[in-house]
Design a protein around this ligand. Sequence first.
Ligand SMILES: CC(=O)SCCNC(=O)CCNC(=O)[C@H](O)C(C)(C)COP(=O)(O)OP(=O)(O)OC[C@H]1O[C@@H](n2cnc3c(N)ncnc32)[C@H](O)[C@@H]1OP(=O)(O)O
Length: 446
Amino acid sequence: MSFPAGYRTRPLGPEDQREVLSLDSWGFPTGTDLETLAEIGLELHWDRYVGVVTDTADPDAVPIDGARPVRSELVAMHGSRPFAQFPVPGAEIAVGGLTWVIVHPQHRRRGILRAMIDHHFAACRERGEAVSALFAAEATIYGRFGYGLAANDLRVTVPRGAALRPALTDDGAASCTVRIEELSFERHGALIDAVSTEASRRPLGVDAPHEALLNRPGSVRYDALTGRRRLSDPVAFREGKESNRIVIVERDGEPRAFAIMRRESRWEVAGPRGVVHVSEAVVTDPGSARVLWTTLLDLDLMAETQAAFLPEDDVLLELLVDPRTAQARRADNLWVRVVDPAAALAQRRYAAPLDVVLHVQDAVLPENTGAYRVTAGAFEPATAARTDASPDLSLDVRTLGSAYLGGVTLAQLALGGHVVEHTPGALATASAAFAWPVAPVCPWVF
Ligand SMILES: CC(=O)SCCNC(=O)CCNC(=O)[C@H](O)C(C)(C)COP(=O)(O)OP(=O)(O)OC[C@H]1O[C@@H](n2cnc3c(N)ncnc32)[C@H](O)[C@@H]1OP(=O)(O)O
């Protein structure tokens, strides 16, 4: 779909920073003034950002030959993160991470987002990204474009001192040491990357057969540009809390787990009721997890610890004596759009043998509509291609996106009527094959 009349795209670059920040504050209201935002600055992969402008006669300009010069105004934009190694079941693939989607309120509901989405899908195809993923500002926006909810995360609030279960065997906790420091990209960027990579590729500490990664789908690491920005900690964004700290758990001098956290002081008549806000908690083995959470759940003057973006199978819930104390709430995490079904289906691995014909309906990219045969041995490389064979299962591309990371089963989706079985038994076998042993999550918002 093309842009509505009167709007056109233009590339964005670092020289557009101020206009971009101004548009951003129209899309996402903020109490921070433009001067401060400009001082903090932006670090974007500018070549992947596209603006939408409208041209109007400039009321402030001196007319030339009776006509007022035209002024072009940035009214919308979108961009995408270049995830070259995005974890999907058993593999890491190129994914376009849609982000910074903004339409100025004055120009909304005229079809600009719809046109930007078309633009984004075309760019994904050109770049060889068979899949796009995003975090949704509002959960009702992206389903219509074929994005399916593929991962949920947990937000927990745990009281200080909540008891953890003892380990059955020696889990190595006793040989761990803890460091708590002021977070800095220069000092901790490499350490965070190393622990995050290990936790993403080998969350269970063991490998899958056939060189498949027994990985955590969705747990993409940040690149250097994003990491520098994410680990910076402008005062304007702290909302009265302290600066970011990092808790590092080490064994034999090697980092095994970390958490990024900040404390918020609260004083009540009864005494201190502070809150520990954990923005990321990444562990690589049960012993380091026990030590990390013991530390996070026992900080002086704090009454509770809040953590977000934990996977649905997070270790904390396995460690707590009373899992109810976590007060876990579920929130939508990653939304996934399969842009090229044959490529995407072949790029991931499957947890059980599979030979299935899927009929995929795609209203937004109608050329994708058709039947695909997917074959794979358990954890082995897969093949996927168009076929004239009659389908075993029918689903639309949004449902395929939901199932793609292995955290939402085809059986679960069938409960809602989103998958139709034509061949008896196909739903059960395909559902088992598409599911993945480790729950998907992205631990940071992009
Ligand atoms: C991945 C991310 O970056 S998420 C961030 C998204 N951005 C924001 O939330 C910032 C504030 N909001 C905005 O900037 C805009 O309102 C947007 C981007 C959400 C929508 O842009 P618009 O240009 O108004 O959308 P557009 O006119 O193309 O609408 C396309 C369809 O989406 C629907 N839609 C748009 N916004 C919403 C919404 N917030 N909730 C539900 N539906 C929506 C429209 O009704 C329309 O539906 P239809 O095709 O069935 O009639």
